[in-house]
Design a protein around this ligand. Sequence first.
Ligand code: HGY
Ligand code: MN
Ligand code: MN
Ligand code: MN
Length: 431
Amino acid sequence: SHHSILSFSLNSFSVESEKLQSQARVIDELSTLSDSPAPAVTRILYSEKDNLARRFIKGIMEQVGLSVREDAVGNIYGRWDGSEKGLPAVATGSHIDAIPFSGKYDGVVGVLGALEAINVLRRSGFQPKRPLEVIMFTSEEPTRFGISCLGSRLLAGSEALVNTLKLAADAQNISFFDAAKSAGYNLSPDDLSKMVLAEGSYAAFVELHIEQGPLLEEEGLSIGIVTAIAAPASIKVEFEGNGGHAGAVLMPNRNDAGLAAAELALAVERHVLESGSIDTVGTVGILELHPGAINSIPSKSHIEIDIRDIDENRRNGVIEKVHKTAINISQNRQVKLSEFKIINQDPPALSDKSVIDSMKFSTEQLNLSHKFMISRAYHDSLFMARISPMGMIFIPCYKGYSHKPEEYASIEDISNGVKVLALTLAKLSLE
Ligand code: HGY
Ligand code: MN
Ligand code: MN
Ligand code: MN
């Protein structure tokens, strides 16, 4: 089948310079749909900017000739029917939601790049056998409701998530269903349960993404072929104390919920470092004190912990230690541990051998340097791997920066990723 792939001219993959400029312009235009001033991007699930960005993506899907549909939570699908339209499609895609004050490439490269890959294939006269489908997942980031990969998790099936969403509310106490309704998605819990896809619904799923790490740039390589995605977990913790007047309550009479949170945050770092592996990481990205007044002893603290590792058991061992320490802190400081809730504790995902081979074939056909590597960031691919053979293509990003406004990927690197994706999709579509 390699010959049939090469039947259409590879040189049509020379994405000409004006095409590259237009790609850069589209990325810039999308980045303006943001709740933070440039160069930062903030685009939260079902917000007004998210809705504008959804419309923007649907418009491009239609421009490149895809037929567009959406599911109950707003995963958006653009489909190019193949000669054998009944066969499971080959899919690609990513997300466009962005955490507060982040960059304009995380996720976006995998959605806009997928649409450009479709363009490249159409321009080259390629005719798909299996349908090709570009998916924009509705919310990969956990920002609004604390749930990462919400859209792809529902496709992979999770009754626990459906039950969580029934009660979920954001920081303004807007329920998940009301937020969805405000974006035009009138759905019921039953609609969520019905989203689960059977294994085999897709022949393959491939995601193009910036590396969000420094290795490709440091080693001067063009393409990363991802072999596995690390196992993420997130935990919400609350402590409660008596609070009180910062001047009048003497130290022996305090049970400071803020210090309990601070001690736990440092314990997360200690327990992660105790794992003995550089692959174990832990972060406390949210630490809130109530009432948050300089002269009021914190009566409540809320912290959120992100712990990951490519070894699931090692990660779970760290979570166990953090839980025990939280209980010890509450006893030693006489504060109440009012919540220790594991939000998600996901296994890692392995890329599929045949998809890896296709990505390697494409990279070599295009004479691009590459390496095999793991993804320390999670992606929608982590969940698509549960229902379909999965693969990911990484491109370098500046100093590995991500989840901050300095995030940057050159248009040349993006176009390399687009070409590898296009050839990979073509090859998988003909299989
Ligand atoms: O946090 C992550 O790994 C992803 O980039 N949201
Ligand atoms: Mn991200
Ligand atoms: Mn991402
Ligand atoms: Mn006072």
